[in-house]
Design a protein around this ligand. Structure first.
Ligand SMILES: Cc1cc2nc3c(=O)[nH]c(=O)nc-3n(C[C@H](O)[C@H](O)[C@H](O)COP(=O)(O)OP(=O)(O)OC[C@H]3O[C@@H](n4cnc5c(N)ncnc54)[C@H](O)[C@@H]3O)c2cc1C
Ligand code: SF4
Length: 351
């Protein structure tokens, strides 16, 4: 195994400085990073353990009504926070649809955002992969690629981003707070992840040393609580990544959609905000025709990157279904199989 330094900084400033050198990476719960290191996929020179930093594990409502979630809040703690689940039900549903209970107990908010792709060739060091070894090629292009991207991909890389959590967050205009060498800054989450272009190894806009310290949901995000769902199609009904997923959130006033939010997962190298589809829904009645039109618009420009043309039609249908469920109203109880299109609503208590 490759030798590496392990440092445990006491402050955010120290963490940023410690991670600014080439080859350094942050370690949160390690549920993704340590697997990658054990497989020789990720070979850092230095691990900067951020799990002991103070002040990054809180969930607080700010004076303007925003919700600020510290980067070290565990996925399970966030999903099971009663006030959070009531106000942002699609986000809670997405969190609970991810991984397993044990993993969710450990995994952090920051780590979930920056988890790496699940492309099998990326994990297999005997394969050619431009993301792992820039310039080596992409074995997924002519390989097993039925779960790969249908939007925003390039000849260099056709991988998808695997996070469920990010999908409703992007739909709700989440903001990421970053501490870097130049101080504190913030960006929209939708700007955090990069499309592959000709540099798929650069997955986000973060610079060396940049630490995600929090994710913020703006006040308007609460306005969708009554009509919000996350829907995920996966090859097993639990403990599997999304083949395709959709987060749908509606504000319905006087029988019409005053505002719609829609994002897709499993289709691109980043959580995919479908703004053009949202525009289709504004001001219309929440009926099947409108949802089908929105779904067609959401997948405009989609093209297969291999043996995955089925994902385009599947994504359209999941969009229609997610919008239909959202329009029917957020259930008081989360389904027994969160985010599954096959679930009934009789399940564990939501809060
Ligand atoms: C078997 C299995 C199944 C899974 N299924 C799903 C699923 O269905 N859906 C889903 O969404 N996820 C799934 N996951 C992924 C899981 O959610 C992630 O592994 C987890 O969220 C990563 O969080 P972590 O704290 O362990 O991050 P780490 O593994 O510690 O870090 C991940 C990456 O983020 C970086 N990082 C961590 N924190 C910060 C920070 N604050 N600032 C900057 N960089 C940071 C690290 O350097 C690293 O590159 C699954 C994982 C496993 C192992
Ligand atoms: S799709 Fe991307 S991650 Fe997968 S092998 Fe190709 S370059 Fe690597």
């Amino acid at each position: 195994m490759k030798q590496f330094d392990y440092v445990r900084p006491a402050t955010v400033t120290e963490a940023v400085a410690a991670a600014a050198q080439p080859g350094a990476v942050f370690l949160a719960a390690g549920t993704n990073l340590l697997d990658l290191m054990k497989g020789g996929v990720s070979r850092p020179d230095r691990l900067v353990d951020v799990t002991h930093l103070d002040g990054l594990d809180g969930i607080e409502t700010l004076a303007d009504g925003s919700l600020r979630i510290g980067a070290l809040v565990r996925n399970a703690d966030l999903a099971h926070d009663a006030e959070f689940a009531r106000s942002y039900p699609a986000v809670a549903e997405a969190l609970l649809s991810g991984a397993s209970a044990q993993l969710r107990n450990a995994a952090t908010v920051g780590g979930n955002l920056l988890q790496r792709t699940r492309c099998a060739y990326f994990y297999d060091t005997a394969s050619r992969c431009n993301k792992r070894a820039p310039g080596s090629g992409c074995d997924a292009r002519d390989g097993e690629n039925r779960s790969h991207a249908v939007l925003g991909w390039s000849e260099s890389c056709i991988a998808t981003h695997p996070s469920d959590f990010c999908v409703p967050l992007v739909a709700l205009d989440a903001i990421v707070e970053i501490e870097g060498r130049g101080g504190r800054r913030e960006i929209a989450l939708v700007e955090l992840h990069r499309l592959p272009g000709d540099a798929p190894d650069r997955e986000s806009v973060l610079e060396p040393g940049d630490l995600i310290v929090a994710v913020r949901l703006p006040p308007a995000a609460r306005g969708f609580a009554a009509h919000a769902r996350y829907l995920k199609v996966r090859e097993r009904t639990s403990y599997a990544f999304a083949v395709v997923s959709a987060a749908a959130a509606l504000r319905i006033e006087n029988g019409r959609i005053a505002e719609a939010r829609l994002a897709l997962g499993g289709v691109a190298a980043k959580p995919w905000r479908a703004r053009a589809a949202e525009d289709v829904l504004k001001g219309v009645a929440p009926i099947a025709d409108a949802f089908q039109k929105a779904a067609r618009r959401a997948l405009e420009g989609a093209k297969p990157s291999g043996d995955n043309a089925f994902k385009i039609e599947l994504a359209r249908r999941i969009v229609v279904r997610a919008l239909t469920l959202a329009a029917a109203g957020t259930p008081a109880r989360i389904p027994a199989l969160p985010a599954s299109p096959f679930a009934s609503t009789s399940g564990a208590l939501h809060v």
